[in-house]
Design a protein around this ligand. Structure first.
Ligand SMILES: Cc1cc2nc3c(=O)[nH]c(=O)nc-3n(C[C@H](O)[C@H](O)[C@H](O)COP(=O)(O)OP(=O)(O)OC[C@H]3O[C@@H](n4cnc5c(N)ncnc54)[C@H](O)[C@@H]3O)c2cc1C
Length: 446
């Protein structure tokens, strides 16, 4: 064997896996089609959810991001308008200035922090770390164009083309890893089935210098009916403002994208002050980004990580975190077996089991991507989270993917949320009754 592992794709997932395998003493080929060490993904909002913090710390990837200027987000304020979002669409923002609907976890909620470093800095950094790890043979400018199979049909290697010389090389290893993104060539070459699901939102974002935020927390998320918006601190002190409207608003953005974006941002209740700020990039985004899923262990000798396994809706900002985590889980499950020359099948099954964490969230994410207004259950949870610190904490853990979905979606939390909704409903009815001098002011409820 030439290597213990061949990884195709030297971006988040591939570099993370290569670094982990190299540190475990394995011989790794890391094949990347881009020749330029500064190559990076441009279509990515790079907000890495707090649920990834542990893995980044464990692999010593968190600390190196900080001197590059990465922004760490400890708390996110979330504002929910659970109806149709008519305010933002028509320009009337009935919540502006009230601040009563913001959900902000208490500072002692122990939500792990999120981190944001633009991909122009993150990708070269990860490649530098992986490429300098002993045992890792980084092959820039090499495209994977074929797979090698052994006599039993297991994947046993990769055929690459050197994009400079045109030379073709066959590399062999016990494990081949597809870390080559949502259009995974490796998966296609292996004949892996794809499961597609629609995404009913589109998205655009840009970066501002000198923007002042007005909502609570380090960053803010607005869920206004079907539409979503974010305001997030990123590296170099910049502020990222992103809008994720439902597709029925596409024509508005097609007519004049920048004007529609600025109108949307200006209408955000407690939104950022952009009047004196300088926009430092074009609008970045896409009008269609369907969800794609593939079996992460589709064939003997083959594993998929990152987007190659699960390409999720960009709105909840899960993809980078899934790429870091699935890469780490694959290395955890297989490195020792590869080093000792043991049977890879149980090791790959163990990776498959770990990956269910992602699958469960992806099931929920696919429903969210349909951009329907929040259902009764979601409305009850959101309303409860405004005043109930435990539900606010659980909602934040869920949003940061810092625990399994049951941290929020469990009968106890649901019962409490519905009980709270009933109480608020009664109070609302009471408040509609002729006013009594002692009736206290109530926050608006859905
Ligand atoms: C609009 C948008 C916004 C997003 N915002 C966020 C966000 O805010 N937060 C978040 O967590 N996620 C976000 N994501 C998702 C995130 O960008 C991806 O999940 C993440 O990049 C996946 O990393 P990866 O390493 O699996 O794949 P990629 O980053 O796509 O890397 C694949 C690598 O494989 C290489 N490659 C491909 N084919 C071959 C081949 N044949 N041979 C050799 N090399 C090859 C490529 O050159 C590339 O380097 C967003 C996605 C989109 C589309």
């Amino acid at each position: 064997m030439d290597y213990d592992v061949i990884i195709v794709g030297a971006s988040i997932a591939g570099c993370t896996a290569a670094t982990a395998y190299g540190r475990a003493g394995l011989r790794v080929a890391l094949v990347e089609r881009h020749r330029n060490p500064q190559a990076h993904k441009t279509l990515c909002g790079h907000f890495v959810l707090g649920g990834t913090h542990d893995v980044l710390q464990r692999l010593d990837l968190w600390q190196p991001m900080l001197p590059r200027g990465a922004a760490v987000t400890h708390s996110l304020g979330v504002l929910i308008e659970p109806g149709t979002g008519t305010g933002i669409r028509t320009g009337t923002t009935p919540w502006a200035g009230t601040g009563t609907e913001w959900i902000v976890p208490r500072p002692d909620s122990r939500i792990p922090p999120a981190i944001s470093l633009r991909r122009r800095k993150l990708d070269p950094l990860l490649r530098e770390i992986a490429g300098s790890t002993p045992g890792v043979d980084l092959k820039p400018g090499h495209r994977a164009v074929g797979l090698v199979e052994d006599a039993g049909g297991a994947v046993a290697g990769v055929v690459t083309t050197d994009l400079g010389t045109g030379r073709t090389t066959t590399l062999r290893a016990r494990l081949v890893v597809g870390a080559d993104g949502h259009r995974s060539t490796v998966a296609a070459l292996a004949g892996v089935a794809e499961d597609h699901a629609p995404n009913e939102r589109f998205l655009f974002w840009t970066y501002y210098e000198g923007a002042a935020t007005n909502g609570p927390g380090d960053g803010q998320v607005w869920r206004l009916g079907q539409d979503v918006a974010v305001c997030i601190p990123v590296d170099d002190g910049l502020t990222q403002v992103g809008v994720f409207p439902a597709k029925d608003r596409l024509s508005e953005f097609t007519a004049d994208r920048t004007a529609a974006f600025e109108r949307f941002a200006a209408r955000l209740p407690d939104g950022p002050s952009l009047a004196g700020a300088r926009r430092v990039s074009n609008l970045i985004g896409t009008t269609d980004y369907p969800c794609v899923r593939r079996d992460p262990t589709p064939r003997p000798g083959l594993a998929l990580i990152g987007d190659a396994a699960t390409t999720s809706d960009p709105v909840p900002a899960v993809g980078c975190g899934w790429a870091f985590r699935s890469a780490a889980w694959l290395a955890d499950a297989t490195a020792e077996t590869l080093a000792l020359g043991g049977d890879l099948r149980p090791a790959l099954r163990s990776y498959r089991r770990a990956h269910r964490f992602i699958d469960k969230y992806d099931d929920l994410g696919r429903k969210e991507a349909l951009a329907t207004p929040p259902d009764r259950l979601q409305r009850a949870v959101y309303a409860a989270a405004v005043t109930d610190p435990d539900i606010a904490r659980r909602l934040a853990m869920f949003a940061m993917r810092a625990a399994g979905p049951s941290v929020l979606l469990n009968p106890k939390v649901m019962a409490r949320a519905f009980a709270g909704a009933r109480v608020r409903g009664r109070r609302r009815n009471d408040s509609r009754a002729p006013a009594s001098p002692s009736t206290p002011h109530r926050a608006p409820v859905p």
